[in-house]
Design a protein. Structure first.
Length: 115
């Protein structure tokens, strides 16, 4: 199983970024996919989830209405569109898949929101 995040960077408050997570090594279309984030000195925080077939989504309270998770099964990729970014969104963002009782993680991509 391999998860590779990309799309992070430095953005001003109010700006937008789109993160991508390219997955391989498992049947992507049959598993729920999640995004988490971890800010310095804080615990890892749930950001968003999209399920495998119905594409139902869930969001952490701090990102509701600003972030959108989506997936393209034909590309084995999950996305996180982040709008109206705030300094408190600064963190390393990780892609996650719960697979056969084990949680797989990517290496993370840094998002910094600062003027």
């Amino acid at each position: 199983v391999q998860l590779v995040e990309s799309g992070g960077g430095l953005v001003q408050p109010g700006g937008s970024l789109r993160l991508s997570c390219a997955a391989s090594g498992f049947t992507f279309s049959t598993y729920d996919m999640r995004w988490y984030r971890q800010a310095p000195g804080k615990e890892r925080e749930f950001v968003a989830q999209i399920n495998s077939y119905e594409y139902n989504t869930k969001y952490g309270d701090s990102v509701k209405g600003r972030f959108t998770i989506s997936r393209v099964n034909a590309r084995n990729t999950v996305y996180l569109q982040m709008n109206n970014l705030k300094p408190e969104d600064t963190a390393v963002y990780y892609c996650n898949v719960p697979l056969l009782g084990y949680a797989y993680w990517g290496q993370g991509t840094q998002v910094t929101v600062s003027s």
